[in-house]
Write a protein that binds this ligand. Sequence first.
Ligand code: SAH
Length: 224
Amino acid sequence: MTFHFSNNLPADTYRHKGMRRKLIDSLAEKGIKDERILSAMEQLPRHFFLEKAFEEMAYEDKPFQIGSQQTISQPFTVAYQTQLLNVKPKEKVLEIGTGSGYQAAVLALLEARVFSIERHESLHKKAKAILNKMNLGNVRCRLGDGWKGLPEFAPFDKIIVTAGADAIPKNLKTQLKIGGILVVPVGTTAQRMYKIVRLSKDEFEEEVFHQFKFVPMLKGIVKG
Ligand code: SAH
């Protein structure tokens, strides 16, 4: 699918597109095989989600500061988690940790119906503003504590956590549909990526993947 963003946005030049192409090639070399994900990330200008000062570095495979001591995830991590999530068009997907809004935008380009929760009000507002500007109306941002999930919109086909949880969040497991998938990095100083599939009301299957380093998944919200 080719996506047309609105005109009221920073420039996305041939140079940006060239750097993005190289980044996508490097993700493919690092083992990301899903063509829909590679194509979505090739279309999505990551520099829209970063401060102007980082624009030159937006297409390096690195995390960056986005304010409130938080980071936009490394593109490889975004692709890796999204690949485990196996998103299909029209699926209802919940993201915990909106941050910059980049991961939510990738999910939107995969035609999911996205709900995204952020605990920092300032990040929540910034992400909402850029996503609206980009006409990504299928992303609904909420200020809240992701440990609670989003019971009023549950159950979800897929849930992705983009902060490091010190334990598997129980509320998120129970907000999955039967057959649904939760992808969550679990651990304190470093995290292993978990993929949890809900097999029935009470049965879950767990698979553990590579190690990553995320900012922590904390409790409560931060105003202002
Ligand atoms: N998905 C983001 C990555 C942001 S880093 C992106 O694409 O840019 C993780 C984010 O999770 C941070 O913004 C942090 O504030 C947020 N976070 C941490 N604990 C949370 C919680 N309990 N509920 C909601 N958001 C949380």
